[in-house]
Design a protein around this ligand. Sequence first.
Ligand SMILES: [Zn+2]
Length: 192
Amino acid sequence: MHLENLTKWNTEDLRKLCLEAIKREGITENRAITIVHLRKRLGSEITGWAFYHVNEVCIRVPKPEVKVSVIKRGSDGRATEYELEPYNFSGENCVEFVQVLIHEFCHNKGILHKDLINYKDIKCDWAKEFSIRPTELEEKIPRVDVQLKRYQQVLSWIKSWEIKKKRAETFLKKLMVKKRYYEKELERRNEQ
Ligand SMILES: [Zn+2]
């Protein structure tokens, strides 16, 4: 097998999955498999294409950073909400990958769509055990919002000076009490 991986998914993980599919399908001749990313930004359905009578296939998979909607189900199994999560290339998604791969292998053998079962009906539950790791995602360096940072700095200064102001006010109040006390005392002394 010649594997060309043009995606941000781990090549060794993909190789293992493809080799297992080839072994289980009993394919002995060499296959060229190219794996690319789906062009659609939000697409999560794996697609593929193949040549007839040429042992070459191409499979398109979602990008690791793509966010796909995942249905959350309640205990009764009914959909409660949809959430956006990064594409998880394991379990059922590995099954889908192998279903598409096997479908394309059939085209290599010259089989036309009219003679093929729907690829979703291809049984390959074994692929559920597989999982494809993303290669390290490009680290997105967060752009520092300078104005926001300065505004937050101002807020923290205000907070700290307000605390100082409160302390000063309390201290001044105490001093005023003392002042009045001494004024009264001195006045009394003068009166005597
Ligand atoms: Zn097809």
